[in-house]
Design a binder for this molecule. Sequence first.
Ligand SMILES: [Zn+2]
Length: 311
Amino acid sequence: MKTIVFIWFKVDTMPELTDLYLGPAQCGPDVTKVEEYKYGGGKVGLDIEIKLDEGDERIAKVCALLTQHGEYHSTARRDIYTEEDLQNAPLLDVGSWARYRVMAGLGYGTTYDLSNACKQCGTGVRQTSPLVIRGDDERSLEKMHVAATLHGELLVHDVVGEKLVNANVTGLNLWRIYAERKTIANVELRREQIFAENVLPPMAPASTLDRKDVCPVCRRGHFSFLEDVPARIVYRADDLKNIQDMNLTWEWFTRFGTIPEDAVERGMWPAPSLLVTPKVMNLLRGKTKKEKKYEGVSFTPVWIEGQTPWG
Ligand SMILES: [Zn+2]
């Protein structure tokens, strides 16, 4: 595993970029990506992304030069994992590719039981009928090996679902899903929604959780990850004693569009994250080149307290 630092900023011209920043900071094309963009009046500007390993002294140089010239810039840190890291992880957090997310849920006829949920944020809500997706989104699902809704529900092709069942994956439930139709009955799709029921204990303190928006009523809804450090999930070794192949985090995370004020009314409640074993990761991943293109999910290892590479 290594941590990469991204630096993003904009400048007007190429000479400005090379003379003021790239030259003095010694950042070559191997670490710099430059793209043109158009803005007001047909003017062209440059969008720059510099990507360096954490610890590289050029990071501080570039940032100091940008600050010196009053140029706005933003930075982010991301962990990059090797295949070996992924295969050796106790569990992996399943993330979905944003551009393949579909609309689904309360607004399309799916029903939910809120009787045991937090009145403030909806954490603890239980889905009580098969998921219905927006009719217009049916086509965008077609090619996907694994897809997700905007709200984070994971949808697999029934061929993938069958593979999971045949491999005796533990902690798994699969429900058929439907596409909404306005004038006729909703249509059943060759897709299944993944459900996990095994809930892990709260994460260890070394996790990079952002607690500032956590629901004041249940203290469990609206977690997120800190922005200036990589998203890292850490558990105590004891917490992972009773894991299954499919698990949910105790923490419920803010999802796209989940706003505490009207979350319950609009069905925009937070949701737990799905953590799976490498066995499940290998079954969810696409095998052929085409399947890989539409794989739809990414995997981030979970760490065990005391064994984290960042100490
Ligand atoms: Zn709450």
